[in-house]
Structure formats: structure tokens, C-alpha cells
Design a protein around this ligand. Sequence first.
Ligand SMILES: Cc1ncc(COP(=O)(O)O)c(C=O)c1O
Length: 384
Amino acid sequence: MADIIYFDNSATTKVYPEVMNEMNRIYSSVFGNPSSLHRLGNEAEKILTESREIIAETLRVSPNEIFFTSGGTESNNWAIKGIARANKKRGKHIITSAAEHPSVLECFNYLISEGFSAEISGTDQSGLLDIESFIEKINDDTVLASFILVNNETGAIQKAEELIAAIRAKNKKTAIHIDAVQAYGKIPLNLKKLDADIVSISAHKIHGPKGCGALYIKENTRIIPILHGGGQENKYRSGTENVPAIWGFATAAKIIHENIEINRNKVKRLKSIVISELDKYFGSGGYFVNSPEDSYEGILNISFPNVKAQVLMQHLEAESIIVSTGSACSSRKNVQSHVLTAMNLPRERTEGAIRISFSGMNTEDEALRFTEALKSIVPKIRYR
Ligand SMILES: Cc1ncc(COP(=O)(O)O)c(C=O)c1O
């Protein structure tokens, strides 16, 4: 079988070899429980402290504002439920966008059962929040506003600074949560400048291990835990920390932040190769780019008229090329993408949409092999 071309880096990434080595080293040599008071515990605690410092440094925040979790889903759950519940005496209105990851949208749905009024604001045709109508919906009872920074299906980058300033101007008590799972390590993020209160990140999107992530919580933010027990993570997130994975996360974070510009230029080049080849072969109207202009270049969402995404994906897989039909969570359910639907795209574009997501590990040769495969597959599988 030919080498696999892996273009599904938004679903997950391949672990960096250095991360594997470092995790193996910690698994075999630093196996103590970081809460234990003996020497082995202290060694593990040191690894945790260093990891926290590394992650904090990449976000330009203080280490005591970083809390390790089991990944982006937990971080989002904690941020949303923790903020809403902690502030419910002040107000019960929470707001987000229709283009969020399910780990945000389902928390909003769930909180309705606890008596919250959860508002889902629409997006424009490029998948960006309509700032004016979002702000209009914020009122004195709004305790939380949550939005995704880089969309996992289209790469759309929210105008975060503008949005945050407008939210603050409308209600300065509204806590602001950002789902930065697809942004972290891909575009520069300076949380000292970006005035958010809580930010979710995840290790496996940056060539780190799965099941590991973090939540940045700005000092003095009113939030309560969702996991209770031994009081780890400064009493905010109980459960013995996964020290090898956390160290793997920190190692990956260091590597990816040292290469952020190099990787971004690389994925930009891959995207432009794919687009120029498709333009040449399929021409205008022969295919659609669903990712907006100025989106993060590592994610490219496209569709072909009269082609079912699932069928295209299977044909590509037969040629050892891996892409996806949307977010990894929804792609098995065979439903229309809620993100593309929120963008009001016609059905022919949503049903044929595939997501190509690059990483710094991909090559120009892979991008060319991919477009050659599309040129031969697409004409064969058109149903009209
Ligand atoms: C934008 C976004 N948020 C949250 C998550 C969930 O992260 P995790 O897989 O670490 O639970 C993902 C994963 O696909 C994502 O893309």
C-alpha cells in the first residue's frame, strides 16, 4: 500500500517523535503520584510544574491560571457549566454561536435543563458571528458568552478582539470563553492582549497525546469545578493528573510554538497548490470553496456539485488519502454539517463538503498527489 496521505489534522494529529520519546521517558522513570509527599511524588510534581510553566508561556499568562484537563471537551464543559453555575444568582442567560463544536453546543442544550436561557446566535455566510446581532442579544442577565476562535470545519477565524471589546462594552460582567482548540499552536495567541476570561485548548491537535488538554482561567474569574474529589489542580479539578501526557502536551506545545510561522507558511502553500490545481482543472462552478477568505490556511473545506462527500471520501481512502466530511464527531452520523448549514449554504454544497486539514508534517508532493486523485475520481462519481 502506498504511504498514507493524512489530511485530517483537525480531527487529530500524529504525535511528534520527540513527544513519544519524552512520554516514554516519564512513563518509565517518573511514575509517582504528584500529590504524594515522598520523593517520587515530588519528581512527578516537578514535571507538572514545568509543564504548566511551558503552557502558560505559550499563552503569555501566569502558570497559576493553567489547569490541566482530559482534553478540549472537558475544558469546554468545565468552562461553560462552571461559569454558568457559579454565576447563576447574577443571571441565567448564556450565549454562543451556531457554528460551535458539539462540546459547546451540547453544554448549552444541557444547561437549559438547569433553568438557563441558552441563546444560539447565527453566523454570516462566511461562518463568522454576526457581531451586531450577537451583541444585541446580550443583556444584564448574560453571565457567559462563548465562541470558537478557529472553526474546526472551515477554518474561519472569528474577529476575537472586536467581539470581546463589544461584549465588554455591553456588559462588563459577562464572562468570555473562547474555544481555542483549533487555534492553539496554529495562529499566534496572546492572552495578555486578548482579554478573554477562560480559554480551552487540547493536546492532540498539536501533535501531542489524546485525552489531555488545559483550561486557562484568568485570575479572579468566578467558576466552580465540575469534577469533585481529591482537590488536585489547586482544588479546581480533581483526579490524579496524567503526568506523562501532560509532559507530552508541554513538549508538543514547545515544538509547535517554535515552528508556528514555518508551519503556517507551509500549510498556506499546500492550500494554494490545491486551490490552483482545482481552479485549473474544474474551473469556476466546477467546485466550491466553503472556507471563507482569510480563514486559517490549514483547514480547507470544499465541495463538488453532484458528488456525495461520503462517496468521495471512500474513493480517496482507496488511494490512501485521508480527509473527512466535517468534524470527526459528526462524520460518522451522516448528518448535514451544522456549521455549513448555519452559513446558509445550499444543500448541494453541504452534502458534498469535504474537509482537508493540513499540518506542518504534510508535503507539497502530497498536495499534488491529492489533486491528481480528485481529478480522476470526481468525474467518475458524479451522480448527474
Ligand atoms: C473546536 C474544537 N473544540 C473542542 C474539541 C474537542 O476536543 P477534544 O477532542 O480534545 O475533546 C475539538 C475536537 O475536535 C474541536 O475541534
